[in-house]
Design a protein around this ligand. Structure first.
Ligand code: ADP
Ligand code: MG
Length: 613
């Protein structure tokens, strides 16, 4: 235990500047690199990858707090260097400042092993590759960064094992911040997935408390990369992702991106690697987001696995102790290259999926305009508007009303009745997305999806609060394949989801079946709904009470149940929607805080057309 500084609790009498003992320096430095068990696992796997391993065995106990062991079949460490490997600022990866400009290894700071050793009981065992096969393994153990003793002989195949026990046993402040073993293991599992995605040539086994969680076979050919995607991100990603391969000068971008229609409700499938190093970078995230700009709702998140390769001297990897971030020399160039490469792939992908669609933004085919409906006719008097406005009036026989409201059937062309409701009567649908309504004072423009979402959300909430959320069984249960950790999470959440009307059964380690949905959601895309819920659940801290996020789950349900643009609504449906908005609390903004409708008064029009009244 670290002795508390003498002046804690009372004001210092005098300031004695002193040099801290090495052990304390290491513990302080460890704080930057080792935040939780997952950071240990990350550093150990990176070392193994740097040592050119082809196999990794990762054994975790008690969420990694009790024990972590990473074994590889890499180069190994000679006996004479074992103690050095545990010494601060000792590395075999760089020798001079100039080397920092051309780092090709994941590690280079010489900090990880000594940092881990300072806050745990660590055993390093290694045997180097020896052509004669006569070499033996050596092992060294250190507790809490205590002085090192000589290595002793050990039994170990060629390669290295690092065993880390009782993490943070000597730094209680850090230990207090650890979450449950289950949450810590989830983080570890994420780290393993993120790192191993970029190394399909490395086989890996991950176990937790003796249970096999992942067994990844090595694959070095391109098609087999798909298997790794399949294993680590689930079958949807591997099957639906659009491949990217783009080069400009010395920049090369490759990987996969999911089409916008499969974008996620969480940013949980965004993997970006720079020279095979996984990074989090706002510039990169922004570039990808911009590529999606005209085809992604702002509440949804793109999903991608992208590898950027560029000369090492074009990127500074030494900007973060845990090496999560990098800095590009030519920021603008990198940003624009990524944006263009992703946008091009999406445009091609869209051409491929939509029948006869033009890839031009705003093209009527892409937006599925009501105007293309055989029974759709141009609005009299409005048809002369420039085609850009693409106004169409939907003339359809009334059908089953999704809003179940009772709308007065106003006939276009007839004078509106004396009693005009606040949001007036429907005139037309614009671009399949907006509803236009006429009131005595002017024009109302409604975002159909946003408004319906808000209405559904309020209804779901009140049904939930009054315990009247009725569920409706699906005629045929919807089967779903997901990643095993997602299935675990969903199973854990079932007691919460069932009262919400969602019944999901687990059929196997990675198979689920959706049996019932809330009756208020009629025609939802059940599979997409469950996938979004899963993303929400996995993203949430496992130890957080799911009850506290009921509203969020209801919001996800509402978003899925709401009419999705573009869709032709009958005039009766449009009027019913207007009446519902009038009756719904807070209906003037959607669940994402955007307005659901706006009003343009005749005075506004007069101003726009500079018409004096
Ligand atoms: P860095 O990776 O930044 O060099 P580390 O503290 O992680 O620093 O490791 C120190 C050194 O120990 C490495 O430079 C490497 O030479 C050696 N080393 C660590 N882990 C392994 C391993 N699994 N196989 C071979 N050598 C290793
Ligand atoms: Mg390292």
């Amino acid at each position: 235990m670290t002795p508390a500084p003498a002046f804690l609790g009372e004001p210092p009498v005098s300031c004695n500047i002193r040099i801290l003992p090495d052990c304390l320096i290491s513990q302080i430095a460890a704080g930057e690199v080792i935040e939780r068990p997952a950071s240990v696992v990350k550093e150990l796997i990176e070392n193994s990858l740097d040592a050119g391993c082809t196999r990794l065995e990762i054994m975790i106990e008690g969420g990694g707090i009790r024990r972590i062991r990473v074994r590889d079949d890499g180069l190994g460490i000679p006996r004479a260097e074992l103690a050095l490997a545990l010494t601060r600022h000792a590395t075999s990866k760089i020798a001079a400042l100039a080397d920092l400009e051309s780092v090709t290894t994941l590690g280079f700071r010489g900090e990880a092993l000594p940092s881990i050793a300072a806050v745990s009981r660590l055993t390093l065992t290694s045997r180097i590759r020896d052509p004669a096969g006569e070499g033996m393994a050596w092992s060294i153990t250190v507790s809490g960064g205590a002085p090192l003793v000589d290595p002793s002989p050990a039994a170990h195949p060629v390669g290295t094992s690092v065993e880390v026990c009782d993490l943070f046993y000597n730094t209680p402040a850090r230990r207090k911040f650890l979450r449950s073993p289950r949450t810590e293991f989830e983080q570890i599992e994420q780290v393993v997935r993120r790192l191993l995605l970029a190394y399909p040539g490395v086989a890996c086994e991950l176990r937790h408390d003796g249970r096999l969680i992942h067994r990844l076979d090595a694959a070095d050919r391109y098609p087999s990369f798909q298997d790794r995607l399949d294993q680590l991100l689930g079958p949807t990603f591997a099957a639906q992702a659009l491949p990217i391969e783009s080069a400009a000068g010395k920049l090369l971008l490759s990987g996969w991106v999911l089409p916008p229609a499969l974008a996620r409700s969480q940013p949980d499938q965004q993997f970006f690697y720079v020279n095979k190093r996984l990074i989090r970078d706002r510039l990169v995230a922004h570039a990808v987001r911009q590529a999606f700009a005209d085809c992604l709702h702002h509440s949804r998140h793109p999903a991608y696995v992208l590898f950027l390769e560029l000369p090492p001297d074009q990127v500074d990897v030494n900007v973060h102790p845990a090496k999560h971030e990098v800095r590009f020399r030519e920021t603008r160039q990198v940003h624009d290259f990524i944006r263009q490469a992703v946008a091009r792939t999406l445009a091609q992908g869209r051409l491929g999926v939509s029948v006869g669609a033009s890839s031009e933004p705003g093209s009527s085919a892409r937006l599925g305009l009501a105007g293309q409906h055989p029974r759709a006719r141009a609005v009299p008097g409005v048809s002369e508007l420039p085609s850009l406005y693409q106004v169409s009036l939907v003339w359809q026989a009334p059908r089953l009303d999704p809003f179940s409201g009772n709308a007065p059937a106003a006939d276009p062309g007839q004078a509106p009745p004396a009693e005009v409701p606040p949001l007036g009567f429907a005139l037309a649908q614009l671009n399949g997305v907006y509803l236009l309504a006429e009131t005595r004072e002017g024009l109302i423009v409604v975002d159909i999806h946003a408004a319906h979402e808000r209405i559904l959300y309020e209804r779901l909430k009140s049904a939930w609060r009054s315990a009247r959320l009725v569920s409706q069984h699906l005629l045929i249960p919807q089967p779903l394949r997901v990643a095993p950790h997602e299935a675990d999470r969903l199973e854990a959440a079932c007691p919460i989801l069932e009262p919400l009307g969602l019944v999901i059964d687990r059929l196997g380690p990675d198979r689920l079946a959706l049996r019932a949905i809330p009756a208020l959601l009629e025609s939802v895309d059940a599979e997409r709904l469950v996938r979004d819920l899963l993303a929400d659940l996995v993203e949430q801290d496992a130890s957080a009470q799911i009850e506290s996020s009921i509203d969020r789950i209801l919001a996800t349900l509402a978003c899925h149940g709401a009419v999705r643009a573009p869709r032709c609504l009958s005039r009766d449906e449009m009027n019913a929607l207007l009446r519902q908005i009038e009756q719904t609390e807070r209906s003037d903004q959607c669940n994402h805080g955007r307005p659901t409708w706006i009003r343009l008064s005749y005075t506004d029009f007069d101003r726009l057309f500079m018409r004096g009244r």
